[in-house]
Design a protein. Structure first.
Length: 116
């Protein structure tokens, strides 16, 4: 659980995925090259290949991303944010089920727009 003040610090923006590819030597990761308009471009990893997602499922689409996280090393590179998704399961925080996550589309919203 987090407090409302902590949630107020979360920055969510619309990002446009210019390119996406599977990460070599990983069975899970897809590397997303995301444009956030004025704040620039970032590389963000998502570990959803086991759910059947392919890099092309993200390319040329807009999604919501958390953009003010500390960067995290993944396969020797930095992931510079996190794509938002829901899984629809009633699980405790930190648990993950087998249901395919659904990503939050931001089609029709301006690239870089701050949502939160």
């Amino acid at each position: 659980m987090i407090k409302i003040d902590q949630f107020a610090q979360v920055e969510i923006r619309v990002g446009y995925v210019e390119a996406a590819e599977d990460v070599e030597k990983s069975e899970k990761l897809i590397r997303l090259h995301v444009d956030f308009g004025e704040i620039g471009k970032r590389t963000i990893f998502t570990g959803v290949r086991p759910y059947g997602y392919k890099a092309d499922d993200f390319k040329d689409k807009r999604f919501l991303f958390v953009t003010n996280l500390e960067y995290r090393k993944m396969m020797g590179e930095e992931s510079q944010g996190m794509i938002l998704a829901v899984d629809g399961l009633d699980l405790s925080f930190g648990e993950h089920g087998s249901v395919k996550p659904m990503f939050i589309s931001a089609e029709g919203l301006p690239v870089g727009a701050k949502v939160r």
